[in-house]
Every structure is written in C-alpha cells, then in structure tokens.
Design a protein around this ligand. Structure first.
Ligand code: OGA
Ligand code: MN
Length: 295
C-alpha cells in the first residue's frame, strides 16, 4: 500500500488512503504523513478501528512524545474514564454514561465549542492532536477547523507589521471565564496560571507564518485588557471566515489529526443525551514560542 493524500480543500485538509494506522508503520509511511501535515494542516482518515487506546498511542508516537493531560481539565484522577495519556473529549463519565447537565466536567468541556488551539495554555504548547471518533452522533457534533496560515496571509501589511512581535497571555481561566465558568478551586487556579505565546508563529519546516489565536487568550502584554480583547476578537472573526474553514462530519472510526501550531478548531453543538465517545492523543511541542515569566 502507498500512502495517498487527496485534497478535501485546497492546501488545508487532506484525506489519507492506503495506510492502516492501527498497525505498525514503516519509516517511509511516517515520513509521507508528516510531509502531508506540513503541506496540509489537517489530515482525515476513515475506517481506522483501533482495537484499544494503545494502538492509537502507538500511531501517535510516530510523530513525537505524548503530552499528558494533567492540568488541562477539572476531572479528578478517580473520575477518569481513560488513562492520563488520553484526553477524554467525550461527553461521558467513567460509567460510560452521558454526564448530567449540571456536571462540572461537562460544563468545563463546553469550552471546546469555542475556537481554540489545543494546549495553547501550556508554556510549551502542543504540536499535533489526533482525535479518534469511536462513537459519533449523527446530528450536530461536527468539528470545524480554521487555517491560521491562510488567515495570516490575508491580513493587510499594516496589520501584519502591527502584530509581528505581539505576545499574548493564554489560560484556561480566560476561555472558561468567557462561558461564565469561574468557580475553581485554589489548585485549579494554580494549574491554570497564564502563559505567554507569540501572536505570530513561523512553522519550523515550511517557514510559513500563521496567527496563533485561541479562546484561551486573555490579554496582550503591554495592552489594556479591553483593547486587547476587542482586537483579538476582531482577528478571530477575520480568521474564522468560511473561506478559511473546513467542517468535519464524523463517521465511526474516523481519525482526524491537526497541527495546533497553524490551526484552530471547535466542536459544534449536539444532543448531549446521546453518547459521543471521542478520544484524543496529543503530541507535545518541542519549544516555547516566547520566554516565560519566572514562576
Ligand atoms: C479536541 C476538541 C473537538 C470535538 O479534541 O481537542 O476540541 O470534536 N474536540 O470533540
Ligand atoms: Mn481541542
């Protein structure tokens, strides 16, 4: 089998065929997929029926070390349905039943409906995310992706010059605060201490610039907060116009992988009394985007 990538949208989303990612891969196969990620930023695979989470982890590790989920949610260790290498982005508790409407884990996870880049709230933010749809819903629940390279390219020169060296503060406090989710324990507040990220990133392989936006942004260093928020809101509105976006309708056993350095994503509403079992592995990044404040 040879890895084949067919564009679903020009230069942004590719569909991969000719590879069974539930099985060990060869080095040339991995290289073809990594090159595909550099060229596109989102790759879609259909019919990848992982027998267990270890198969998803094995495939993921071809692209780098796994990021652990610690400090990225409000689920207590004893409440976990999946192990600490798996981000549980389902709507389920450990008993595999949909969470109650007022369950704090559910309310926290609603933050995934806001445009974001995974782990932009970590000092070293994520490289890739790999999301496996084990049980999907047939109405709603699409995952949408926005191309932050194309969004950057479309800015006028004045704006590009204005944002070139800006640094933003990112935290789960900000994205959840937007939803009115503000009741946090002291430990949670500490875990969600803001980090700094450049607003313009350069891809290490292609050299393409992109906007590094996320709902986790709460301010721009050196700016008054309301001015920063209004500006980030404006940039986000620009960057998520339909011409930069792709909407993924899930089929069972799809795997979608994306580059968090160059894209944003969000999930759309669905009937949360239905089971939606989505499991994510995340590839750790290898560097900060800007110096962090000393702790
Ligand atoms: C994620 C995420 C979207 C979804 O996995 O990082 O934001 O479709 N999930 O559940
Ligand atoms: Mn996400």
């Amino acid at each position: 089998m040879t890895v084949t990538i067919t564009p679903l949208t020009p230069g942004f989303v590719g569909e991969v065929t000719g590879v069974d990612i539930t099985q060990p891969l060869t080095q040339p196969q991995v290289a073809a997929l990594e090159a595909g990620m550099d060229r596109y930023a989102v790759l879609v695979y259909h019919g990848q029926r992982f027998a267990d989470d270890d198969q998803q982890k094995r495939f993921s590790r071809y692209f780098g070390a796994l990021e652990t989920t610690a400090g990225g949610n409000v689920t207590r260790p004893e409440q976990r349905r999946l192990d600490a290498d798996m981000a549980d982005v389902s709507n389920l508790g450990a008993d595999h039943q949909p969470l109650a409407r007022d369950d704090r884990r559910r309310l926290f996870n609603l933050g995934n409906q806001l445009w974001h880049s995974d782990s932009s709230f970590r000092a070293v933010p994520a490289k890739y995310s790999l999301l496996s749809g084990r049980i999907v819903v047939d109405k709603g629940g699409n995952t949408e992706f926005a191309d932050m390279r194309a969004a950057y390219d479309a800015l006028d020169d004045e704006t590009k010059a204005q944002i070139e060296h800006l640094v933003c503060e990112h935290s789960l406090l900000y994205s959840r605060g937007t939803l009115g989710f503000t009741e946090l324990s002291e430990d949670e507040k500490k875990a969600f201490t803001p980090v700094r990220q450049r607003l313009v990133r350069t891809h290490p392989v292609t050299g393409r610039k992109s906007l590094y936006l996320s709902s986790h942004i709460g301010t721009i260093i050196g700016w008054p907060m309301p001015e920063a928020r209004a500006f980030i809101r404006d940039l986000t509105e620009h960057a998520t116009q339909p011409r930069f976006c792709y909407s993924h309708k899930w089929r069972p056993y799809d795997l979608v992988m994306w580059d968090n350095r160059t894209t944003m994503h969000r999930v759309r509403r669905f009937d949360e009394t239905q089971v939606r079992d989505m499991r994510r592995t995340t590839i750790a990044g290898d560097s900060v985007t800007v110096e962090q404040l000393a702790a």
